[in-house]
Design a protein around this ligand. Sequence first.
Ligand code: FAD
Ligand code: FES
Length: 566
Amino acid sequence: MGDRALAMGTFFFDERLIDDEQGRIDNEVNAFTPHDCADRSFVTSRLDVKCRCLMELDFMTKESQPSGPDLTSGVALTQFVDGKLLGHVGEEEVLLVQDGSEIFAIAAHCSHYHGPLNEGLMVGGTIRCPWHHACFDLRSGDAVRAPALAPLDCWQVEKRDNLVFVREKRVGLIQRGKPPTSAPEKIVIVGGGAAGFAAAGMLRRREFRGSIVMLSSDSSAPVDRPNLSKDYLAGSAPEDWVPLRPDSYYNEAGIELHLNSEVVSINARHVTTGKGDQVAFDRLLLATGAEPVRLSIPGADQPHVRTLRSLTDCRAIIDTSKTSPRALIIGASFIGLEVAAALRARDIEVHVVAPEKRPMERILGPDVGNFIRALHEEHGVIFHLEDTVTAINGQRATLKSGRTLDAGLVVAGIGVRPRLALAEKAGLVTDRGVQVNAFLETSATGIYAAGDIARWPDPHSGERIRVEHWVVAQRQGQTAAINMMGMREKFAAVPFFWSQHYDVPINYVGHAEQWDEITIDGNIRARDCLLKYKRKGRVLAVASIFRDLASLQAEVQMEDQMIQSV
Ligand SMILES: Cc1cc2nc3c(=O)[nH]c(=O)nc-3n(C[C@H](O)[C@H](O)[C@H](O)COP(=O)(O)OP(=O)(O)OC[C@H]3O[C@@H](n4cnc5c(N)ncnc54)[C@H](O)[C@@H]3O)c2cc1C
Ligand code: FES
């Protein structure tokens, strides 16, 4: 299972230490501040529990000593394993990577959640993170693929007498082409979520000098949404880790962020908000995401019956959970079960009611479904499967089976719907999503769409698909940004998502709505497996638990297949 399981498994113990040992942790945070970031609070906000846990574990087991040899003293190539060698320069962990005849020295941990890059995969001058498939350029440290948005430090390398020495840090390595002279002046982004945020950031990274206005109906600046059903909800991550950037970032980056600003209509070259403000654009990105499907049963409108999408939703669930010893989760989806796990960490009795026979069977198949059920049961979750809730009367929920359950908190995780109203009103072509081409352009010139609302021609599956994945939304936002500046880049990333249940991460690459065969390599119950979802012999998707390298390799294979099929 490796360090990740070990580290995450010891987390709940370590968390108590974190409070006691904040000073030591702060020192470590300082040690790996990315070089583009003068603001330490940004780095702190990017650290999630796993990261802090790993650092704490380092303190406990290695007495604060960074891993491996001192790379400034010289190491032999024979010490490299699979082209990599983890060592340190002072207090900083540095990864040496051999790529052909070249050797690179790069920060050893991913700038997303601090994943261990020495367990990652080298692909054509880049290294990919084993945890959520971010990708960094070895030569410059640039974060070339989300979910990492900040670059990594790089060091000078000298080869002498068959030894490799790491020298000083290198600066100013990232060369990004200037935007075309035909770049527009005004870009408006509707949506302050994964896609909108990544688009705005990419525009500034690519030196777009025009105005960027981001209009978001949320009441908070863009947040690390996946955290809302995981560490933050579980009470193991403080709220100041949830924003993707500190408030000061938007001003500094010249991104005009308007919160509580719902866009209600789009006209030829301006959008109108619910407050009546008109904002002109040359290019427009729609990134309105999805909204949770609401229950349509009697009693669903009571204040203790919740859904989870925004930070406000999450805060409300946390508040209600403080006075509710028992929670009812309706739906055994990813969100529903992540919420179940988070509430169990708060010592709340959790019941899950869902119509299916096995949780997540539709996406991951029966064997993973059985495993997920057993995993949650081990943690005390009580399932009521093949059943539904027909009414909620006060704190009493009645099930179709006739059973009743009392719960002071009800969370419905019964799926989401793309937020299409705006696009439909504007007359854009929609088909269970906003239809976009390979460049993420909608049917209207100058208007792009990305994230949960976009249905795009996926070159891997050969189908028009729409997915609800964090990483896909960010990558689409970035591609749309590049295209809005006047360049022509196709969106061709293989879809990827992850989900976390207690100490078990599930990674999924590709897209398989239907399959006729699942092959299982390894042992699901032992949490060491890779499943391939196939149709007519072709691998459409791969799910894995603690097979991170194989998951990355599967991603590369799918990319290669795409290139061959073009
Ligand atoms: C609790 C939770 C946990 C998740 N965990 C994972 C995970 O572990 N892994 C994973 O891959 N995916 C996860 N997801 C899914 C992932 O978060 C989404 O796929 C992703 O956020 C989609 O990005 P988006 O930009 O399309 O939409 P969003 O991030 O939802 O952003 C949409 C934005 O548009 C705004 N908006 C909507 N309509 C308007 C309007 N008319 N005017 C102005 N603003 C508007 C909204 O307020 C919001 O700011 C999770 C989702 C949730 C809710
Ligand atoms: S920790 Fe590297 S991609 Fe998430």
